[in-house]
Write a protein that binds this ligand. Structure first.
Ligand code: AMP
Length: 347
């Protein structure tokens, strides 16, 4: 009998955590074969970024994928597939003609997506989305998967991938998987290991600010930019001020890179949320190097305390019709709780 087997591709840069595994788990629910790629792509790192020191944890990655396969294979009624291939190419294989370059005016074969790739993350990281779109085009052409899996954590990246597939007439369904978070709400990220405990504690400022803004839309039914973002900006300003009052040895310095309220497809800023389209709330918060690292705080093998760590996160504000279309009970409870938090903060 002819059986049409489907392939799902999960592209990653390794240093795996539960977020990556949730992408593969979803792929296994929907596809017969899950191809998992691990490749730290040089062209998406700026010349002064952390390509050289990006965490590479091959043994732990494979152990996590093996553990995941044990789970998937022991549950055959639920999962259609499991991780059948780990693709970890060399840079010679991925860039067969010219060595890859991160220079803005580099020679080479690249996919650029403008203006989408120049906004938000692209404003701070000018070659980032060129590198992402280029490496994903390569991976999609190599693997020819029916579905490709990306995390909502990097929401602008998902918009770039959808645009890439549409505009280059590629043929894959993009599946976007919700962000996996630590118990306090911080989005999981391979770069969180750089934070160290002191900054890690304060990092929760970012998801909390986004939740506050979300509540303005969901519970207070605000649509204007100032009403949605205002209380979140206030929360961040207060968190920064609280740190300013501490001695150097305890203080965490942070800077807000952006807090955005944008259209979900173009990622252009909006003044008012179109309730038929919804919007994306996103932010980047830079955790600056520790001024006065105490003993045990300098995670020097990864340059921890002495490097700035840029955290990103986002929340999708759904179209209003979806919000009001009968919310799950736990979602309602979550929003009620958020309203309490916001009311507590009200002057
Ligand atoms: P990376 O290895 O960081 O390039 O991420 C590979 C994929 O995993 C991307 O599609 C990310 O969006 C996704 N991802 C990263 N962190 C998370 C997370 N906390 N939850 C869900 N997906 C994630």
């Amino acid at each position: 009998m002819l059986e049409r087997r489907t392939v799902g591709l999960v592209p990653t840069m390794g240093a795996l955590h539960a977020g990556h595994l949730s992408l593969a788990r979803q792929a296994a629910l929907e596809c017969h074969e899950v191809f998992f790629s691990i490749y730290v792509n040089p062209t998406q790192f700026g010349v002064h970024e952390d390509f050289g020191s990006y965490p590479r944890t091959w043994d732990s990655d494979l152990a996590q994928l093996e553990g995941l396969n044990t789970e998937l294979l022991s549950n055959p009624e639920k999962y259609k597939g499991y991780v059948t291939a780990v693709f970890a190419p060399t840079t010679r294989a991925m860039y067969p003609t010219l060595p890859p370059s991160s220079e803005i005016n580099a020679d080479g074969t690249f996919v650029t997506i403008k203006p989408l790739g120049t906004l938000l993350e692209g404003a701070s990281r000018p070659v980032f989305f060129r590198g992402v779109a280029t490496v994903c085009a390569k991976l999609f052409n190599i693997v020819r998967a029916e579905r490709v899996y990306f995390g909502q954590k990097d929401i602008q990246q998902t918009a770039i991938i959808k645009r890439l597939i549409t505009d280059l007439h590629m043929d894959a369904e993009v599946r976007i998987i919700p962000t996996e978070r630590e118990p306090d709400g911080l989005a999981m990220s391979s770069r969180n290991v750089y934070l160290g405990e002191r900054r890690r504690r304060v990092a929760v400022t970012l998801p909390t600010a986004l939740r506050i803004a979300e509540t303005q839309y969901l519970a207070a039914e605000a649509t204007e930019r100032a009403r949605i973002l205002g209380p979140a900006l206030e929360h961040i300003a207060e968190a920064i001020a609280a740190q300013d009052g501490l001695p150097n040895a305890q203080r965490v310095n942070m800077e807000l890179d952006y807090l955005s309220l944008a259209d979900p497809e173009s990622m252009e800023e909006v003044d008012v949320v179109d309730e038929n389209r919804g919007a994306v709330l996103s932010a980047a918060l830079k955790m600056l190097p520790l001024e006065d690292p105490q003993s045990g705080e300098d995670l020097s093998e990864s340059g921890g305390a002495s490097r700035a760590v840029r955290l990103i996160d986002n929340i999708i504000l759904p179209p209003r019709a979806i919000v009001t279309m009968g919310m799950a009970d736990d979602e309602e409870a979550r929003i009620e709780k958020l309203v309490e938090v916001v009311e507590e903060k009200a002057p």
